[in-house]
Design a protein around this ligand. Sequence first.
Ligand code: UD1
Ligand code: CA
Length: 450
Amino acid sequence: MKTALVILAAGKGTRMNSDLPKVLHPLAGAPLLIHAMQAGASLAPEHTVVVAGHGAASVRKAAQAHDETALVAEQTEQLGTAHAARQAAPLLKDFDGTVIVLFGDTPFVQPETLDAMVAAQTTHDVVVLGFEAADPGRYGRLVVAGETLERIVEFKDADAAERAITLCNSGVVACRSELLFDLIDAVDNKNAAEEYYLPDIVGIARSRGLSATVVTCDESETLGINSRAELSAAEAAFQARARAAAFEDGVTLPAPDTVHFAFDTVIGRDTLIEPNVVFGPGVTVESGATIRAFSHLEGCHVARGAVVGPYARLRPGAELSENVRVGNFVEIKNAQIGEGTKVNHLSYIGDATLGAQTNVGAGTITCNYDGVLKHRTEIGDNAFIGSNTMLVAPVSIGDRAMTGSGSVITSDVEADALAIARAPQVEKPGMATKLFDILKAKKAKLQRGS
Ligand code: UD1
Ligand code: CA
């Protein structure tokens, strides 16, 4: 079944009280829009059209950063959801298949629900996703007769009997492309809001003797975000689901409520995630790894058996091989750490490649930035980097090499060599005693004087 997505994302989102377009507010580390795009991507659509308006340039950027094939239509004036969907027509003029209209502010629609809609579309002209609302509030109401959806009434336009209906419109619609745009052309704005309502296509289709039906889903899937309070409620719902999924996947979370997942976090089984761990986007943790308390990870990969933290920070491009140890107050960025290597205390490793079974002493820093450019540090296998070594990149340390503690290493160290780059130690016999005597005499004089 050929499908195309149209994601409506032009609205201002006034109730967010924000300079950022509503659909770009993040949920679990990704803009709301990306959640909608990801939900729709499960259909493997031929085209994805995002209809942008408020903040169109940044909406376009976010959409295409996520999916470079995404098309963007601009709706310069927000005249309603039918008018918004219509903007996608020129981009889909050569497409012949089922169009699914999603809302950019509705992140939780499930793939199975969309599959059910596409399936229903094979036997009905218009398919609408509906839900039984605990509190129908201002949602549009679905007027059904048996299996047939007769029309949708917006709350503003509904009479008392219609307002009593609890079956509500989610906004998601599936319809053959040609028919959809044909029906949209017939929509007018003679209603309470003076807007072109997309839901009006149902009544228009029925008046032409076409069929329309409802596919229903759980209310939690159709949660739309209009305010910061709803955004935080959605975040809580997302996190609750992510934790439940992690348990199912064999992850141990002694304090689940304190662990924060991103939309794409992947964690293998028999992993232990201690309290207060935060996962930003793009993290994979393989089986048997341990992420200890208060660690922050984003854009990184942790292989089997590795132990990270407590208080570690893994930034984008950190790749930890099997059984690596990264200890407290260690920051790793854009660096590959070889199998069994240990960076246990107070270090910064950035733009670097470390071999296997190497030991990096406390306080080691890769000085990767010269104020203008970034440079790489290479360290071989079985090396020993003494505590408080400054590795001034670009620099490389060979296999089995050592650096003396406190060294500032500015040139390459060959394999098996020991490099010491610090002021040599000077020793003055008896000088400590003499110095103490001088200082004590000074103190006594000061006390007499006071
Ligand atoms: C809409 C439905 C309502 C449904 C509800 C579910 C209409 C007329 N009403 O109401 O039946 O119960 O969603 O949440 O469709 N948008 C544009 N351009 C516009 C107008 C809206 O792109 O000109 C986008 C918004 O950015 C948003 C989506 O369409 O992502 C929905 O618009 P919104 O104004 O929130 O519709 P509701 O009033 O919630
Ligand atoms: Ca809405």
